[in-house]
Design a protein around this ligand. Structure first.
Ligand SMILES: [Zn+2]
Length: 211
């Protein structure tokens, strides 16, 4: 990989105390999530529930709230109490088609992989756009416009191989689960019942937290 003189935009974490407004959209810190357990589960129920059961109850309650409020079946990273919170490099550009067809399906746990990939592709391809990002058979699926070839395609292959050992939820060490699902998850975030933990999608590039 050749050296790149380009200085990429630094990437921050959204750990602000945005607790104003309604709904889970504005709740991002762990302590804020802790606060809404009371809303999800009554005090009596909570006393009788194990810590693990409270955890599931909270995440599913958040999911239900997001569905009711935003008509979405998935959670964004900032809505998920256990998802990796690193933000996507805002200099990543999506193709027009990708923006209109919702081709942005990057698991929260793979943001670090994508940011590294983007830094290298910026050098290899110059100005390029992301046409699709998501997961396939437990690994990263990433398409660019123009189509990546040669070294750029090889670099995407490296990112895909890396992703197969990184939890899509928290970014921790993981393995690909066996069918029926082909998700890459750590032991704490299985994708299948009975301990299934809902996944999370990273916010698209340029998203900013609204307090
Ligand atoms: Zn995990």
């Amino acid at each position: 990989m050749r050296e790149c003189g380009r200085k990429c935009v630094s990437v921050g974490r959204h750990v602000g105390s945005g607790t104003k407004g309604r709904g889970v959209m504005s709740i991002r810190r762990d302590d804020a999530f802790e606060g809404i357990v009371d809303e999800a589960v009554s005090t009596k129920e909570r006393a009788e529930m194990s810590a693990s059961a409270q955890r599931f109850a909270l995440i599913f309650w958040i999911r239900k709230s997001v569905l009711a409020e935003h008509r979405r079946l998935y959670l964004y990273a900032d809505e998920h109490p256990e998802a990796a919170q690193e933000l996507v490099d805002p200099s990543i550009r999506l193709s027009e088609r990708a923006r209109s067809e919702r081709s942005w399906n990057l698991p929260a746990g793979w943001v670090r992989i994508i940011n590294g990939l983007h830094a290298d592709l910026s050098c290899l391809l110059g100005d390029y756009e992301v046409a699709y990002v998501g997961q396939n058979a437990g690994g990263l699926r990433f398409r660019t416009s123009p189509i990546a070839r040669g070294g750029a395609a090889e670099r995407i292959g490296v990112a895909r191989a890396d992703s197969m050992a990184v939890c899509t939820v928290c970014g921790g060490t993981a393995r690909i689960e066996t069918p029926p699902r082909s998700a890459t998850r750590c032991p704490r975030h299985p994708s299948s019942r009975p301990d299934r933990i809902v996944g999370a999608i990273a916010r698209p590039p340029g998203w900013t937290m609204k307090g």
